[in-house]
Write a protein that binds this ligand. Structure first.
Ligand code: PMP
Length: 314
């Protein structure tokens, strides 16, 4: 039985061979005995150009997880989250003894902004959009309501590329906003651990002071840069995954929630059942009777769809 892994919202495609070759060329000529250039200015500059925000508005990190860790540690106080959401927010808050105030999403998975802003003493509000595990985008107006409070807010935008909704323009108006993105999903680099944050230059330079000068290894930084220079094939894979997501959703409508990401939340916990078929999905211990599937290749998705159809028939 072929095992299929649809559990971690990874990209089902490795990077193209042509890009691997460029990377290998870099590996062959690298001086591994030397530290990276302090602050990795070349990566920061590439991200500044790629996002159109300029390097002053960018911070990079070992996965966006590391920026979440840093921001939650820095908050040193109450953190507002909206469950069900990405579990690492509570993980880091607990590590630093920060109290987690949960203002759950409404029944339709929209943000309860009115309730969130009642927590005036919060040091950080974390909004995940599109949200993991529910898959939906959070409406812009409710994000603005939260930002109007003036409290520092993180918008975790890890699945941005699959959603078509860019919140970057909000950075112009709101100095208290930090948007986090990652190379782990759309860019196929989960194993390299590269994430980045976007915010106003003042906040960015404050955060950079908390960072080690050699915060990322040269190989991860270089491969991220190469990917930015070769966005065409990345975009092709994004289009493929989005079209597969639409197809899988239309096949599984009765049992899945719609999504703006590279995954779907199922209305049942099929973790154990699918494991017996060699299909590994994500159990959601904090969300009763639900589970989450990552969109894979068309072949993997077909196997998943047939297995779920068989289950529904039973
Ligand atoms: N935010 C969300 C919502 C995620 O789902 C993930 C990864 N599963 C991350 C952040 C962390 O991503 P990274 O690999 O960049 O640390």
């Amino acid at each position: 039985m072929k095992e299929i892994y649809l559990d971690k919202n990874e990209n089902p495609f490795n990077i193209p061979d042509t890009i691997k070759e460029k990377f290998i060329g870099y590996v062959k000529t690298s001086d591994f005995n030397r530290y990276p250039e302090k602050g990795l200015p070349s990566l920061i500059e590439s991200l500044g150009k790629f996002t159109g925000l300029g390097s002053g508005s960018i911070i990079a990190s070992n996965g966006s997880d590391e920026l979440l860790d840093m921001l939650i540690k820095r908050a040193n106080g109450n953190i507002v989250i909206s469950s069900p959401t990405f579990e690492m927010y509570s993980f880091y808050a607990n590590n630093y003894g920060n109290r987690v105030i949960d203002v759950p999403l409404k029944d339709d998975f929209s943000l309860n902004a009115g309730e969130i802003i009642k927590h005036r003493d919060a040091k950080l509000i974390i909004i995940c959009s599109p949200n993991n595990p529910t898959g939906n985008l959070i409406d812009r107006e409710s994000i603005k309501t939260v930002l109007e409070s003036g409290i520092t807010a993180v918008l975790d935008n890890a699945y941005y590329e699959f959603s078509g909704e860019d919140y970057k323009d909000l950075l112009k108006k709101y100095n208290n906003l930090i948007i986090l993105r990652t190379f782990s999903k759309a860019f196929s680099l989960a194993g390299m651990r590269v994430g980045y944050g976007m915010s106003n230059p003042d906040l960015m330079s404050e955060l950079k002071k908390l960072q080690a000068p050699f915060y990322m290894n040269i190989l991860s930084a270089k491969l991220a840069e190469i990917m930015l220079e070769n966005y065409g094939p990345v975009k092709d894979k994004i289009n493929y995954i989005v079209s597969e997501r639409k197809r899988v959703y239309s096949e599984l409508k009765d049992i899945a929630y719609n999504s703006d990401t590279n995954f779907l939340m199922l209305k049942k916990d099929l973790y154990d059942y699918l494991a017996t078929k060699g299909i590994h999905i994500r159990k959601l211990p904090l969300v009763k009777d639900r589970s989450r599937i990552t969109i894979g290749t068309a072949e993997e998705n077909n196997i998943l769809i047939s297995a779920i159809r068989e289950y529904i028939k039973v």
